[in-house]
Design a protein around this ligand. Structure first.
Ligand code: APR
Ligand code: PHB
Length: 389
C-alpha cells in the first residue's frame, strides 16, 4: 500500500494536517493507536488563537466553532483580592475564541469521515523505516495482522509518548526540559461560569484558573502537589480551596456543583530539536510541550501544521522542497517563543516551593507593572492571542 503522507497520531495535530492536505488533493493515512472514543474522551484546554481558527476555516471545520465558541476580548488576572482586566482586542485588534479542544478534535474527525479520509484506529507496533531515505515506509499491526505502507513523507503527530521523536537518533536529537514542582487539579462541572471571561489567579495558597466550555459547563483548576491524586480531593474540598484562591467578591458568586471530571496534570516545558529528520517531520506534542498556563499546546501545534502543510503543498504542487527544508527552523522559531511565554506566565502566577520572600515581592511587582503599563499589557496580549506564523 502507498500513501503520499503517513500521519502517525489521530489527535488534533494529525487530523488538522490530514484535512488541510485533503483540501488540496493530497491524501494521507492516519494511524491512531487508541479508539476514536478514547481520543475524544481527553479533556483539554479551550482557548483558540486566530491562527488556529483560520486553519480550521481553511480545513472546512470551523462552522460549529463559530456557532458555539465564545469570542473573548480579554482576560482577568487576580492576585490576592486585587483583579484587573487585560484587553486583547484593545492592544492587538484580535480576540481569542474559547471552545473546547476536544470539540476541535471532534469537528476534525467529522470532516475526515465525511471526506472518507482513511484512519486506522487501534494500531500497534508502529515503526518508521528509512526516514533518512527518499523511500520511507511505516509498518504496524492491527488485530494481529501486519501492515506495510510506503510513502513519500511521514508526519509524526503522535504526541509526547509517541514513536516519532524516538525515531530520530539520539546523536541527532537535542532535548530541552523543565519539570515544574507542582501539578494542576482540574474539575469540570455543569455549573454556570463564575465570570464571563477567564480569571488567572495568583494567591498565597497557589495558582487557580476559572475557565469554561459554555454557559452551563465550567472548567476550574487549582495548583496542587505532585504527590496528590484526584481521589484525595472531594468536590467540597476542591470548591473550598478554589474559593480561598479567588478575590472575595468572585468567590462569593461561585456556583458549585458535582464534578463530572476530575484529573491532575503535571506541568512540563519540553522541546526537541530538530523537528525534521529526512522525510520525517514532527508536529505538536511529539516535538514540544508547554505548561497549560498560556493555553499554547494546540495553538503551537497549529503553527507546526501550517508550516508542514505549506511545505508539502509546495512539494506536490510545484516540486519545490524549500518549505520542507525550512520547516524545522521556522517551526522552532515560533515554538521557542511559545515556550518562553508559557514559562513566563507560569512563573508569574504559581507559588514555587523554593520561593524566597524577595521572589514573592518580584511576582507582585511584575503583576503591578503588568496592571499599570500599556507596553507590558500589549506584550502579553500579543503572546496570548498568538504571535504571527
Ligand atoms: N502510534 C499511533 N498513534 C499514537 C502513537 C503510536 N505509537 N503514540 C501516540 N499516538 C496517538 C495518541 O493516542 C494521540 O491520539 O497520537 C495522538 C497524539 O495526540 P496529542 O497527544 O493530542 O498531540 P497533538 O495532536 O500534537 O495535540 C497537541 O492538542 O489537545 C491539545 O493541548 C493539547 O498539547 C496538546 C495539543
Ligand atoms: C481550559 O479551559 O481548560 C484552559 C483555559 C486556559 C488555559 C488553560 C486551560 O490557560
Amino acid at each position: 500500500m502507498h500513501h503520499p503522507v503517513v500521519i502517525i497520531g489521530g489527535g488534533p495535530s494529525g487530523l488538522l494536517l490530514a484535512q488541510l492536505l485533503h483540501k488540496r488533493g493530497i491524501e494521507s493515512l492516519v494511524l491512531e493507536r487508541k479508539t476514536k472514543a478514547h481520543v475524544l474522551g481527553r479533556i483539554r484546554a479551550g482557548v483558540l488563537e486566530q491562527g488556529l481558527v483560520a486553519l480550521l476555516e481553511e480545513a472546512g471545520c470551523a462552522a460549529r466553532l463559530h456557532r458555539e465558541g465564545f469570542v473573548h476580548d480579554g482576560t482577568c488576572i487576580a492576585y490576592g483580592d486585587e483583579m484587573f482586566r487585560l484587553d486583547f482586542t484593545e492592544h492587538t485588534g484580535t480576540p481569542v475564541i474559547v471552545y473546547g479542544q476536544t470539540e476541535v478534535t471532534r469537528d476534525l474527525y467529522e470532516a475526515r469521515e465525511a471526506a472518507g479520509g482513511p484512519i486506522a484506529f487501534e494500531v500497534e507496533d508502529v515503526v518508521i523505516h528509512g526516514a533518512e531515505t527518499d523511500s520511507p515506509h511505516v509498518t504496524y499491526t492491527k488485530h494481529g495482522e501486519s501492515h506495510r505502507v510506503s510513502c513519500d513523507f511521514i508526519a509524526g503527530c503522535d504526541g509526547f509518548h509517541g514513536v516519532s521523536r524516538q525515531t530520530i537518533p539520539l546523536s541527532v536529537r537535542r532535548e530541552y526540559e523543565k519539570v515544574y514542582p507542582f501539578g494542576w487539579l482540574g474539575v469540570l462541572s455543569e455549573t454556570p461560569p463564575v465570570y464571563p471571561e477567564l480569571i488567572y489567579a495568583n494567591s498565597p495558597r497557589g495558582f487557580a484558573l476559572c475557565s469554561m466550555r459554555n454557559d452551563h459547563l465550567s472548567r476550574y483548576y487549582i495548583q496542587c502537589s505532585l504527590s496528590d491524586a484526584p481521589g484525595d480531593w472531594s468536590d467540597a474540598a476542591f470548591w473550598q480551596e478554589l474559593k480561598r484562591r479567588l478575590p472575595a467578591d468572585i468567590a462569593g458568586r461561585l456556583v458549585t456543583g458535582p464534578s463530572i471530571e476530575k484529573s491532575i496534570a503535571p506541568l512540563r516545558s519540553f522541546v526537541t530539536e530538530p523537528m525534521r529528520w529526512g522525510r520525517l517531520f514532527l508536529c505538536g506534542d511529539a516535538a514540544h510541550i508547554v505548561p497549560p498556563t498560556g493555553a499554547k499546546g494546540l495553538n503551537t501545534a497549529a503553527s507546526d501544521v501550517h508550516y508542514l502543510y505549506t511545505g508539502l503543498r509546495a512539494f506536490y504542487e510545484s516540486g519545490s522542497e524549500a518549505g520542507l527544508e525550512a520547516y524545522s527552523e521556522k517551526a522552532l522559531a515560533r515554538v521557542w517563543k511559545a515556550e518562553r511565554f508559557s514559562w513566563w506566565f507560569s512563573s508569574l502566577l504559581h507559588r514555587y516551593p523554593d520561593q524566597s520572600a524577595f521572589d514573592l515581592k518580584m511576582q507582585i511587582a511584575e503583576l503591578e507593572f503588568l496592571r499599570a503599563n500599556t507596553a507590558a499589557q500589549r506584550a502579553m496580549a500579543e503572546n496570548y492571542v498568538g504571535l504571527p506564523y
